[in-house]
Design a protein around this ligand. Structure first.
Ligand SMILES: Cc1cc2nc3c(=O)[nH]c(=O)nc-3n(C[C@H](O)[C@H](O)[C@H](O)COP(=O)(O)O)c2cc1C
Length: 207
């Protein structure tokens, strides 16, 4: 069976992370299920200065890179009849990026108020990988406690905090650092970032 990944996009800042992630995913023979919240669509349109469905935006910008067997399915966030709403829909994991504090709080308290949070809730109950990339700063005690609750429930909190030891020179390098870590946690191969120690770590002269 083709590997399936669910991608959730909320109204936190940082659609560029989602764009680069989706770009990396559609370059592979994967089935990607995309759920954008209503505010996710609004903030994304503002940050990209572009409206429209994500599938069309991706096709316009990165269509040439798309793997012939890649499939992108966009779901409405209020459609509980969609496949990701059910635990019987088998998939290989879900990522929410960027993840707002509202959606973080919903996931932390099992509040499945839209398709995105329902799908995340299912990941936790079915013990499937769930990666949240929360975007806010600074963090309140509530934000931190919600992150701890999600971690205790089996989710992974992956803050968009790029390292600088790879000597990034572009914004894309910084964004891809985070995207690469997300892909690592979903077990999806990529060439966005070299593993530390394979080419650029200082060595002790070992041959
Ligand atoms: C331009 C803009 C940027 C925002 N950035 C963030 C953010 O970084 N983090 C956050 O938690 N909320 C942010 N918000 C607020 C969320 O969009 C708002 O809480 C929304 O209700 C989240 O809903 P959702 O989780 O269902 O998408 C932002 C709102 C706007 C208009």
């Amino acid at each position: 069976m083709k590997r399936r990944i669910i991608v959730g996009i909320t109204g936190a800042s940082g659609i560029v992370y989602a764009l680069n992630l989706l770009r990396a995913l559609i370059r592979q023979p994967l089935e990607v299920h995309l759920i954008m919240t209503r505010d996710g669509r609004k903030v994304a349109a503002h940050e990209m200065a572009q409206e429209g469905r994500m599938a069309a935006i991706l096709e316009a910008h990165f269509g040439a890179e798309r793997h012939p067997q890649a499939r992108l399915v966009e779901h409405e966030a209020d459609n509980y009849f969609a496949a990701p709403a059910s635990g019987s829909f088998r998939h290989d994991g879900m990522v929410v990026l960027p993840c707002s504090m509202k959606t973080l709080a919903a996931v932390a308290s099992g509040l499945a108020g839209n398709l995105l949070t329902r799908a995340a809730d299912i990941c936790l109950k079915e013990r499937r990988p769930l990666v949240l990339v929360p975007r806010e700063t600074p963090l309140s005690r509530l934000h931190l406690e919600n992150m701890l609750r999600v971690t205790k429930a089996g989710g992974i909190i992956l803050p968009p905090a790029p390292g600088f030891y790879h000597r990034p020179s572009t914004i894309d390098d910084l964004v891809n650092f985070v995207v690469a870590r997300v892909l690592d946690h979903l077990g999806i191969p990529h060439d966005l970032l070299n593993e530390w120690g394979t080419i650029n770590a200082p060595t002790d002269g070992i041959v």
